[in-house]
Ligand binder design. Sequence first.
Ligand SMILES: [Mg+2]
Length: 230
Amino acid sequence: MPRPAAILTDIEGTTTSIAFVKDRLFPFAAASLEDFLATQGETPAVREILAAVRAAAPGQEPVAALRGWMAADAKVTPLKALQGLIWHRGYADGRLRGHLWPDVPGCLRAWAAAGLRLAIYSSGSEEAQRDLFGHSEAGDLTPLFAGFFDTRMGAKREAASYRAIAAALGLPAADILFLSDVAEELDAAAAAGMPVCQLVRAADGTVASGRHPAESDFPGVARRFGLPVA
Ligand SMILES: [Mg+2]
């Protein structure tokens, strides 16, 4: 297989532990909610979100509605928007740092230095992706990336999303290696013509699908696809 020209990578379960989102980001937003609203509640962005909360939960106190959605892990747009703002502030003032598995930053740097184009595709918003990689445990890695793609490109389990990303990168799909822990995402990328590799990280409890090449870390990916190893 020829060496890819670009690497497209998922975040949760691939570059970053699933526990970081579940055990760090979500509890951080819950613990910061009242303080954030007390200090930021009059900013235009937060006022707009609170208006959307009132519209979605009429007759309820906005904080109570938000708490209820958090407890139920509801995928409600104003809650997601508010959590994004809370995390953004936490990253900016240094209380949050984006988790990366220790094998990841060195490989990303080595691949970028070798001329490969790097891009992210995650269900987290482009803004959240930039926050995580801009304030990561390994420093600001955003300059390494040529693109940050989110579900505005389409759903992660649909081949059309991967075709759209290839078009946005200006490369044939066959030149873009996609990395993810989720087999259905790899199925979709492969259907769009991308070479793929599953990240099977024991700490995340990922199980190899058997349908795609699988590696336990980024150096393994590098050796398999002829890329520099950090
Ligand atoms: Mg994932």
